[in-house]
Ligand binder design. Structure first.
Ligand code: SDX
Length: 429
């Protein structure tokens, strides 16, 4: 990252030279860190549409090309050739593991999948009909009340243990939230199962009979996890970074990320999208919903469509669509009405000037719910599965931020409130 160019700002008869920093890929950035001190002026960018909030070597996105790289590797190659745990290693440590490294990593994660037995009692405090994301925010945050030996963010070993614990325990906590919501007993992790297989078992096994992991679902779920693992400086990752910049412990930071992901404009869109597709119901009702999405006054948006960065196809949606076709075919539900509505909705929307002009394409959330529904998950579990998958991305970005030893994140504002005025006693108001 070098600064061999400058941008010149002319302001009130003064000129200011601002260094231009060049990345390995993507647009240059104007370094404005000294701007306020030198020119007594802020920049204004609510929503951060033009702001690089940090430097990172983890994930690269080119929205115009529809390109997504994890540590330089294209997402479509990883989705085809890799596994979620191998992608976790890649995101955390920067390189693909050797066979021995992967085996060691798999063993370390596997041996951290159980949660402290006393954490079971937390669930009793929630209503059975609580949204699993509400439970996860609470229980993941409470991990800082249990794992005191991995709270010191300045100790590299404790950071490592916290990372492994969260990658390992998030599936267990999400499965417990699901079991609690359906009134079934918790199922303990089984070390003989894969990461995705273990989650399926913890969700769908019951004491009354043996549960056999379906390899089709296991592979599809592992692929879904890879596709959601990281995504540059999205809202929830930025939340984790901001929380981490205050020195908060890693469990609290991840709980903050889960809370942010829950929103329907972000990770909650997979649930909202499937509910929208179900509400549309049949392809003949699609034009009505397209019209509503185009009507500014309707307040309605096509869930699973559009993206802040992708102004071309979201490469994850492309892989997800292929996976939906494959999984539903293998499960014998290739005529799934929701999938037919989704495909027709995509076809119609992508030929409509409104969506073309605004460069709105299906995003990662458009097809994922169809696969998850076919696996037997209720819609309320879609975002928790996104959270499980994104945990490695949040933790990797958090570790990168900690080792960068940056400043606490503290944006300023464009103040538009009252100028100073004196207090008026209530009798004179
Ligand atoms: C994720 O950031 C990430 O990387 C996120 C994510 C990740 O992996 O972490 O990729 C995961 O969150 C995917 C996005 C899931 N959300 C949805 O599917 C919800 C529906 N989509 C939108 O709400 C919207 O597209 C956003 C939130 C995703 C992006 O919003 P932006 O970038 O702030 O864009 P915008 O709201 O300013 O919209 C631009 C225009 C607007 O019209 P104009 O004001 O220009 O007239 O496009 C319109 C919007 O009204 N628009 C839509 C639309 N999305 C944008 N119109 C109809 N339907 C939509 N889905």
């Amino acid at each position: 990252m070098c600064a061999d160019k400058t941008a010149t700002l002319s302001l009130n008869g003064q000129t200011y030279d601002l260094p231009i920093l060049s990345p390995t890929m993507g647009p240059d950035v104007v370094d404005i860190r000294k701007l306020y001190d030198e020119a007594d002026i802020f920049t204004y960018d609510p929503g951060f549409t033009s702001t690089a909030a940090c430097k990172s070597a983890i994930t690269y996105i080119d929205g115009d090309k529809g390109q997504l790289l994890y540590r330089g590797y294209p997402i479509d190659q990883l989705a085809k050739e890799s596994s979620h745990l191998e992608v976790c290693f890649l995101l955390l440590y920067g390189e693909l593991p050797t066979a021995d490294q992967l085996e060691d990593f798999r063993n370390r994660v596997t041996r951290h999948t159980m949660v402290h037995e006393q954490m079971h009692y937390f669930f009793r405090g929630f209503r059975r009909d609580s949204h699993p994301m509400a439970t996860m925010v609470g229980v993941v945050g409470a991990m800082s009340a249990f794992y005191h030996d991995s709270l010191d963010i300045n100790d590299p070993w404790q950071r490592e243990v916290a990372a492994i614990r969260m990658i390992a325990k998030l599936p267990t906590i999400a499965a417990m939230a699901y079991k609690y919501s359906v009134g079934q007993p918790f199922v303990y992790p089984k070390n003989s199962l894969s990461y995705a297989g273990n989650f399926l078992n913890m969700c769908f096994a019951v004491p009354a009979e043996d549960y056999v992991v379906n390899p089709i679902l296991e592979k599809a779920l592992d692929r879904i996890m890879m596709l959601h693992a990281d995504h540059e400086q999205n809202a929830s990752t930025s939340t984790v970074r901001l929380a981490g910049s205050s020195g908060a412990n890693p469990f609290a930071c991840i709980a903050a990320g889960i809370a942010c992901l829950w929103g329907p404009a972000h990770g909650g869109a997979n649930q909202a999208c499937l509910e929208m597709l179900r509400e549309i119901g049949t392809v003949d009702r699609i034009p009505e919903y397209i019209a509503r999405a185009k009507d500014k006054n309707s307040g309605f948006r096509l869930m699973g469509f559009g993206h802040r960065v992708y102004k071309n196809f979201d490469p994850r949606a492309t892989v997800m669509k292929e996976s939906a076709d494959e999984v539903l075919e293998l499960l014998g539900s290739h005529n799934n009405p929701t999938l037919q509505v989704a495909k027709e909705l995509e076809r119609i929307a992508l030929s409509d000037d409104y969506f073309i002009s605004k460069k709105l394409y299906p995003n990662v959330d458009f097809y994922s719910g169809i696969i998850l529904e076919a696996m037997g998950f209720p819609t309320a579990m879609f975002t928790p599965i996104f959270a499980i998958s994104r945990t490695v991305g949040w933790i990797s970005q958090w570790k990168e931020m900690i080792t960068d030893a940056g400043k606490i994140g503290r944006p300023r504002q464009l103040y538009i409130g009252p100028t100073q005025r004196d207090y008026v006693d209530v009798k004179d108001r």
